[in-house]
Design a protein around this ligand. Structure first.
Ligand SMILES: [Zn+2]
Length: 105
């Protein structure tokens, strides 16, 4: 279990982009985006700037997999199968606690 935030997404965006697109026959666009991402100060840059470079917000967004809302931060729960993980927001974690206590169904 660990906490992830929008900043965590931003800090790893260049590495993740390269990992995904170096395996493909990288086109010019993917390479140009990689170069632009590596030039950014990932400790300070806003998500909106990263989103503009990439063309969408899927690389910076933190979305809860239970309520499907953009939440800014979440907890990652790891399953026992390799590479299984689910990201849950604070609100859904609080609800889960009430469910396990039998207070709501
Ligand atoms: Zn949620």
């Amino acid at each position: 279990m660990k906490r992830i935030t929008e900043r965590d997404r931003i800090l790893t965006v260049a590495e993740r982009w390269d990992a995904q697109y170096s395996m493909l026959a990288s086109g010019d666009t993917a390479r140009q985006i990689s170069e632009r991402l590596h030039k950014l100060n990932l400790k300070k840059v806003k998500a909106s700037t990263v989103n503009k470079v990439i063309g969408n917000d899927s690389w910076t967004r933190v979305m809860c997999e239970e309520c499907e809302k953009d939440v800014g931060q979440a907890v990652v729960l790891y399953g026992s199968w390799p590479d299984t993980a689910i990201e849950i927001c604070e609100s859904c974690l609080n609800l889960a606690k009430r469910v396990i206590q039998g207070k709501v169904q």
